[in-house]
Design a protein around this ligand. Structure first.
Ligand SMILES: Cc1cc2nc3c(=O)[nH]c(=O)nc-3n(C[C@H](O)[C@H](O)[C@H](O)COP(=O)(O)OP(=O)(O)OC[C@H]3O[C@@H](n4cnc5c(N)ncnc54)[C@H](O)[C@@H]3O)c2cc1C
Length: 408
């Protein structure tokens, strides 16, 4: 059987390897549009490649996917982070876990991962044809596809794995649509919020270790570290909010009011009660220089200033109205977001091939038999932390296993 894999990324390599290693009678070729396969693996995770996440319970793992979680449940029972780690370790790549659960090669070099995949493909006898973008695929009457490439060449295949990723220019969505699939319109996910606000001026690089951010829209609330950047806000809580709200925030033109509670779980009344205690216990200390919570001093001073509390005011002299304003700043300050900007460590596409048109037991199209879909070309995306690669490894692997099982 001749299998064409369009897209030499994480999903394409895993599909090709599982198909060929599982059935050496298959002829498997990877066709890659760009000059270098696995380019995203190489740039991923700030050059370290966050391969997967240390979450080994398939049901919990699905909670990391704003889109595709339900569909991935079955696949994760068959190929989950523990399998990914074992796969790389079997090939000599040791993987470590960081305190927040992200998993990286111990070398902290993404090339360790890309080179391992390329070595495995060479060993399995899988040619990788670079600068060979798939431009079109037509179904053949007896099964299989006639492929047309951007350089004008053509090739027939019995099965096609579309693993062209989430980019709009890559032709993958157009090819899937041409074969009858619905494409959920692609929009970015995992972005940071552009905010110009005097409260954040000069504070780039500071972060609250445990904040809560919320945006208008159903359940758009996330808790975790929030980082102040030169152009607004970032950090895990913001990135998660951007993932869950990817479509809603896109539809709002990325213009909305973000509510920030700099101390998560603290209600305004509780903050005011704490201020009253401080009047008695720390009365002589200055409000501006003595923060009762774990916040960077300069951020606290900025909030105090914007609550209209004069320099030198002591806790004993803090007036009721001032305390109310400070509590509001601390527990629910509103910041106008005027756009989004890409998070350079990781970003993905929300949208892609509609999931109900794919059989997740095999990753085969329900619309065009012989067509398999894997990775970000599907309407699947995860929050930051290694979940996006895991979806690519899992769906690629399952497509490859299904193809390996086809005996001709
Ligand atoms: C900067 C950055 C950092 C990231 N870091 C992480 C991270 O650390 N951890 C994580 O889990 N996720 C990360 N991600 C997300 C992750 O890279 C993707 O989710 C993952 O690469 C998807 O794999 P894929 O194989 O589906 O697609 P891709 O990796 O995008 O691969 C698709 C391949 O198909 C090729 N292609 C496109 N069109 C055609 C065509 N018509 N014919 C032939 N080839 C074609 C492309 O050139 C590409 O090589 C990051 C993303 C970015 C942008």
């Amino acid at each position: 059987m001749r299998i064409a894999v369009a897209g030499g990324g994480a999903a394409g390599f895993f599909a090709a390897l599982a198909a060929r290693e599982g059935n050496p009678d298959h002829e498997v070729t990877i066709y890659e549009r760009s000059p270098e396969p696995l380019a995203k693996v190489v740039i991923s995770g700030g050059g370290r490649c966050n391969v997967t996440h240390a979450c080994f319970d398939p049901a919990r793992l699905t909670e990391a996917y704003p889109r595709g979680g339900r569909e991935l449940r079955g696949p994760f029972h068959r190929w989950q982070p523990a399998d990914t780690v074992a796969w790389f370790e079997d090939r000599g790549v040791e993987i470590k876990t960081e305190p927040d659960g992200r998993m990286f090669p111990v070398t902290d070099r993404s090339r360790t991962i890309s080179e391992c995949l390329e070595r495995a493909a060479r060993a399995a006898g899988i040619p990788v044809r670079v600068r060979c973008g798939l431009a079109g695929a037509a179904r053949r009457p007896g099964g299989g596809f006639d492929l047309r490439f951007a350089d004008g060449s053509e090739a027939p295949c019995d099965a096609l794995v579309l693993a062209t990723g989430g980019n709009r220019e890559g032709a993958g969505f157009r090819i899937a649509a041409g074969l009858g699939h619905t494409i959920v319109p692609p929009v970015p996910s995992l972005f940071t919020f552009a905010i110009r606000d005097p409260r954040l001026d000069g504070l780039a690089g500071l972060s609250s270790p445990d904040a809560e951010v919320s945006a208008p829209g159903p359940e758009l609330r996330q808790r975790g570290p929030v980082l102040i950047t030169h152009w607004g806000l970032s950090g895990p809580a913001v990135l998660r909010l951007s993932a869950w709200g990817a479509r809603t925030l896109h539809d709002q033109g990325y213009r909305f009011d973000l509510e920030v509670a700099w101390v998560a779980g603290l209600a305004a009344e509780a903050a005011e009660a704490r201020f009253r205690e401080l009047r008695a216990t720390e009365g002589r200390k200055q409000v501006r220089t003595w923060c009762p919570w774990e916040l960077p001093q300069r951020l606290w001073a900025s909030l105090v200033g914007h609550a209209g509390i004069a320099d030198g005011t002591s806790w004993a002299r803090l007036r009721g109205e001032e305390a109310r304003r400070l509590a509001r700043e601390l527990t629910g300050g509103r910041y106008r977001v005027h756009g989004q900007s890409l998070h350079k460590e990781e970003f993905v596409t929300c949208g892609g091939v509609a999931l109900d048109e794919v059989d997740f037991r095999t990753m085969e199209s329900r619309i065009a038999p012989g067509l398999y879909l894997a990775g970000e070309v599907l309407d699947i995306d995860g929050i930051t932390g290694g979940f996006n690669f895991q979806a690519a490894w899992t769906t690629g692997r399952i497509a490859g296993e299904a193809l390996a099982a086809v005996r001709t």
